[in-house]
Design a protein around this ligand. Structure first.
Ligand code: SAH
Length: 255
């Protein structure tokens, strides 16, 4: 059943919440949630996992302040340190894996600066799991031997965009795009402009693992139009493997 050492008073543990369904959390992650004195929870973390917390545990929704604004990262870092210094067992429950576009290392470093060691419990990232929940393998023998995970948060050509889309277009890897719905038209245009074939299969999987999971499939040239109006969060897969997409949820049969 794993080897998770008990959480110590005055400690911080980063727990990977997985992509949405609490059943996709790790055994170690669940054990940490069960022991926590205080939990700082993101809005993409599986809310059902909070049912595992002790009845007297304090749950802080750090995705929202009372006025509905996102808690700044600096404040989250401070809260982790403050609660640990107060001698509590702190669990930071994040969506997916905290080290994949999850700002997890910023929290580890903030704790380290305060002399607190943060333990990291890795887990299931939406980058791999959300495609899988729609029947899409990110690699497939004889078809594609690698995958690239990209953030679409910043559009191509933006001064802060560090991605080399020319290289990505000819990488021969499956492209897995997170946070890419708003910029999907710009990103697909950029890939097409760099010579990616317009008929490359593509799929957008929204709310993966949730009861209202939705899958849209089209060629690269049409996927932005096909995905219009889809409600995030969503993962976009571009590459031959996207043709495996199934409209049904892959989780049902395991329940
Ligand atoms: N650390 C997270 C990713 C955080 S960035 C992880 O490892 O999964 C947030 C992005 O993750 C979203 O914009 C979306 O692209 C993706 N995502 C997270 N949960 C998802 C879900 N249930 N369905 C579809 N996409 C999801």
């Amino acid at each position: 059943m794993g080897t998770l050492a008990p959480l110590l008073p005055g400690s911080v543990t980063l727990v990977a919440g997985g992509p949405g369904d609490a059943g996709l959390m790790t055994v170690a992650g669940r054990a940490a949630v069960e022991q926590a004195d205080v939990l700082l929870v993101d809005h993409l973390a599986p809310q059902e996992a909070l049912a595992w917390a002790r009845p007297d545990a304090e749950v802080l929704d750090v995705a929202k302040l009372p006025r509905g604004r996102t808690t700044p990262q600096e404040r989250i870092n401070e809260l982790l340190v403050e609660h640990a210094r107060a001698g509590r067992r702190v669990v930071r429950l994040k969506g997916g894996d905290g080290f994949v576009f999850g700002r997890g290392m910023e929290e580890v470093l903030a704790c380290a600066d305060a002399g607190i060691e943060a333990r990291v419990l890795p887990g299931v990232s939406s980058a791999v799991a959300v495609p899988a929940l729609a029947g899409i393998p990110v690699t497939h023998r004889g078809v594609v031997h690698g995958f690239s995970v990209l953030s679409g948060h910043v559009p191509p050509g933006h001064p802060t965009c560090t991605l080399d889309y020319a290289a990505l277009a000819r990488s021969g890897t499956t492209l897995v795009l997170l946070m890419g719905v708003a910029n999907l038209a710009a990103i697909t245009a950029e890939l097409l402009g760099h010579g990616m074939p317009p008929a490359t299969p593509a799929a957008v999987v929204a709310r993966g693992g949730h009861p209202d999971q939705e899958v849209r499939v089209a060629h690269l040239a049409d996927i932005a139009t096909a995905a219009a109006g889809i409600a995030p969060p969503a993962v976009t897969v571009i590459g031959e493997v996207a043709a495996f997409a199934t409209p049904t949820r892959q989780l049902e049969e395991t329940r």
